[in-house]
Structures are given as C-alpha cells and as structure tokens.
Design a protein around this ligand. Structure first.
Ligand code: FEO
Length: 410
C-alpha cells in the first residue's frame, strides 16, 4: 500500500467506508471516510483513530509507515464513536503512548474504555505539544459539535486537523479536494459540504462564527485543512472557511424548497400548482417528496433555500407521520433565518396544517400565513389558490431575503 502524504511526513492513515448508507439515522448516499493522520517526527504522533469496525485497516495503514509500537503521542480531537472507538486497539500496540485530549473528552471516554492503564494528559486552548521539529497547538471547540471537541494545528506545516468541522460524507479514492473536483465536480463537493453542515452543524452557527473569528485573531495561517471525514482541503482552504462563515451567518439561496408527502396524491397535486406559482414569480423551486427522498436530503434543501413550504396531509386529525418526523428532526437542528409556510389536504376533520404552523412557529422561523388547505382533492378553484399561494410565498421570500444582502443573500 502506498502511503498518502498530506504534508511532508504527515500521512493520512484513515479508512474509506464505501458501504455506509445509514450514519446513525442520517442517510449517507455517497458513503463516508474516517480520516486519521500520522505525523512522523522525533515523537511519532497519531491524530485520531477510526470507527471500531475498521481498526485493523487503520493499523495496517499505520504499519505501512512505521511500527505502531513507535507511536509516542495520540491526539484525540473528538470522542464520537466514529473516531475514537479504535483507540483501545491502537493503545494495545502503543501502550506507552501519551494521549492528549480535553478534560471533557477524558470524562466521556471513561464511559467507553477503562482509562486507568493509559497515560493521559488533558489540554486546553493554547496548550502546545512539541513533537520534534513540529509543535502542535490545541484549540478547544466545545459543542462543535460535542462538548469534548477540539482541533489541533501544526504551525510548521500550516496544517489544521479540524475533526468533524469542514468534513463531508464522501467515499472516494480522491483524498484531496482538487482530486475530487477533477473526477467529480466542485458542485458535487459543495453539495456534500452543504448536506453535512445542514444535518450536523446547523445548530452551531454562532459558535462556528466565533471559533473562526478566534482562529483569525490568533493569526493562524492555514494552507491545509484535514477533517475527519471526506476530502482534505488543500486547493483553497480559504474557500471552505468562507463557506462555513456564510452558512453560520445564515446565507441561503433565494429559492424555495417544497417538502411534502401525500396519501392519495391530493397534497401531491397541490405541489404542482404551488411550484408553478413559485417559478412564475421568478424564484427557483425544488420539490422533495419525503417517502421518495431521505429526510437528510429534505433537510439539506431546506437549509439551501431561503423559503420552505411543507405539504402535509391530515391522517387521524394530525400530521402525516413522515412530515411529523421531518418536523421533529429539523426542530433539533434549529434552522434560522428561514421563512416557511404550510399546505395540505384533508377529508373531513383536518388539523395537520395547523399543527405544522404551530411547529414552525415554535422553531422561531419566519412564518408565511395563511396556508392552503383543500378538501379531499384539489378542484379547479383550488388550483388557482395553490398557484397564488406559491406565487405569494415566492414574493415574500424575495422580500425577506433582502435582509441578508450583507452576507450575500440570494
Ligand atoms: Fe464524525 Fe462527531 O463524529
């Protein structure tokens, strides 16, 4: 196996998970990778491990570069299972290595492993580890996205090990952004970034903005960002930093997502007229049927667009289950700076649209009311009402989006 060099004598020793499609309930149609890194210096240093299923593979990758028993330091940037659950296997081979992690990481990791035999040093923001010619600087990033999280920066290489931040769920033979763009496209990569941010990092916008500000204040020069998933950023790391800053500040496309489900195609028929109204108002529209698309895709599209309309049939006087699930999922992600409305069909009692409005109001989203409801199936008069609803919503999205011009709204 040929080692993959990220910087001079800094190697990727991770694993590509080509098969994963369900990442703790979040759909990963492109698969993913678990990235960890080995720095060869006077004190060989391993940065993160991989998911337990792949311990043998990362150990083989390490072994292709040096005897794992020679590892002197192990940096644990994040203790989530996909990055830390091979730690015991590594420590069996390098029992004298010193592990560096935050205090909260140590507390969390104690729930997974017996730490008593391991040499652990807890670190805080600003602490440094000299490993030879290089010095590693630690920067805590609590709640980005777990309390234990931190990133590690190697000044001599201008290299940031960013753990989950700036990651993407991509399984590819390309290890670097430029290689991936050459074999796929920049649009495909940006879509993966958006998908990852929307489904994992959406709640943490203010923290992300603050942390990137800290990195800028510290004057850290960054030429390479090496995340724990997906491709490594070396082509233009400033671009991904700016993308994150924009998303953290609420940037969205001046477009509309229509997320719906349907029982007997009545709500589905409504989407046709609503989408046409949006389009005729000059706003791009994407329509996502929940039972035909993963919830993570619907969430990505909600995050991409300034406005979202939710189409929901009534079933037993309450929202259709897939829409209820979607609302629960996005409530946890706490979307901001977005406007939403609702529509749907019912047979006799109704109730779903009212509940969808209650849910989006509770999330603090800007609300477009009233919604549109039809009885049993849309008739000719309903077609016009749906069209007008879509048109009116698109006009409102354009107006609302003006508030975000300073961050490149639209
Ligand atoms: Fe990729 Fe938070 O683990």
């Amino acid at each position: 196996m040929k080692p993959v060099e990220v910087r001079d004598k800094v190697y990727w020793v991770g694993v590509v998970d080509w098969a994963i499609r369900d990442f703790h309930g979040y759909e990963t149609p492109r698969g993913t990778s678990y990235n960890n890194y080995l720095i060869l210096d006077d004190e060989p240093t391993l940065v993160d491990t991989v998911k337990y299923d792949f311990a043998d593979l990362t150990i083989k990758n390490i072994g292709a570069i040096l005897d794992p028993g020679a590892i002197k330091n192990v940096i644990v940037n994040h203790i989530e299972n996909d990055h830390a659950t091979s730690l015991d296997r590594v420590m069996q081979l390098a029992p004298h290595a010193v592990i560096y992690m935050t205090e909260r990481a140590q507390k969390g990791l104690a729930r997974f492993f017996d730490l008593s035999a391991w040499r652990i040093k807890t670190v805080k923001t600003g602490d440094k580890l000299k490993i030879g010619k290089r010095t590693v600087l630690f920067l805590e990033t609590p709640m980005l996205h777990w309390p234990d999280s931190m990133v590690s920066y190697v000044q001599e290489d201008k290299l940031l090990f960013s753990q989950d931040a700036f990651g993407q769920h991509i399984a590819s033979s390309a290890r670097f952004d430029d290689d991936y763009i050459a074999c796929e496209s920049i649009a495909e990569l940006d879509d993966a970034v958006l998908d990852y941010y929307a489904n994992i990092l959406m709640p943490f916008g203010p923290l992300i903005e603050k942390k990137i500000g800290e990195v800028q204040t510290l004057g850290l020069e960054i030429e390479v960002i090496a995340p724990d998933h997906g491709v490594i950023w070396r082509r233009d790391p400033g671009r991904i930093l700016q993308m994150y800053l924009d998303m953290a500040r609420g940037k969205a496309a001046r477009s509309v997502a229509v997320v719906y489900d349907t029982m007997w195609r009545s709500t589905e028929q409504m989407t046709q007229f609503i989408a046409r109204g949006v389009q005729d108002a000059g706003v791009e529209c994407r329509v996502i049927k929940l039972r035909a698309s993963p919830i993570s895709v619907a969430t990505k599209e909600l995050w991409r667009a300034r406005g979202t309309l939710i189409g929901c049939p009534t079933l037993n006087n309450i929202p259709f289950p897939t829409i209820a699930q979607f609302l629960t999922y996005i409530r946890g992600l706490r979307p901001k700076n977005r406007i939403a409305g609702a529509f749907g069909s019912f047979g006799w009692g109704g109730g779903a649209v009212k509940e969808v409005y209650a849910a989006i109001k509770q999330m603090g989203l800007e609300v477009y009311e009233p919604g549109v409801e039809v009885v049993y199936r849309p008739g000719p008069e309903d077609e016009q009402r749906c069209y007008d609803f879509g048109y009116g919503f698109a006009e409102k999205v354009k107006e609302y989006d003006l508030k975000f011009q300073d961050i490149g709204g639209g």
